[in-house]
Write a protein that binds this ligand. Sequence first.
Ligand SMILES: [Zn+2]
Length: 263
Amino acid sequence: MKHGRLAVCAAAVLLLLWYLPADSQQLDEGSIESLRTRDLDVLIENIETEQDAVRVVLDAGHGGADLGARSAKSILEKNVTLKLARLIEKILSEDERVEIINIRSEDTSIPVIDRIGHANSGRGNIYIGIHTDGGASPRSHPWKIYINHGKNQDKENVTGAEWENLNNRFSENNEELARIIAAQLVEIDPDRGVDIVKSDVLSLGGLAMPAVIVELIDFSNPDDEMLLEKEELAPALAEAVSTAIIKYIEANSAAVNQEWQGE
Ligand SMILES: [Zn+2]
């Protein structure tokens, strides 16, 4: 689909989603009215800010008919991302400072724009998109962490109509979160390396919170496939990502809780 048309459709759907409060987080009339102004700052000021826990959004990539990448032995990305999300959720749910927002908990196909809407309307504080690499050449690729490209930084008054810029204010947080995750992943395999990649992936720009997409496990790499089958790799990766999230929260606990206040 052409990018322009996609952006217009996406913006329309996202605005609609934004007007609909998340099931568990009903907004009062004043908050809903403020959403109609399409002004993010007003939204931030009026939205309920009191929260006990840091909301971590886990978004397992693909699902349902959207299989994602496929390994030589037909391991499917959609299943591995769901497994990783469940493992991370299990680890993090033991920490009372964390509340999990799970975008996909079953084998269902969810449009990207719905994922963004769910993360934003649930007022997530940290977004972790989970994918695997499906590179064509059979070698060990570095793991990758994608963050928003951070263009249009000069646009201060971001409005709902420019939803794809909602992540701009979090560019420093994105980089810090990515660095902390990378440091944990490197400990699993120091030789492999981790690339932090600035990306114009549609979803990253629309996320109103610090956000990364981690691309873990390389389906083109027979070693990764073997470790996956032995049930070694996924738990180690989930542990690394979970540890990194906690480290990020501990380094930013006050700031993380104030993000929706626009500070
Ligand atoms: Zn993917």
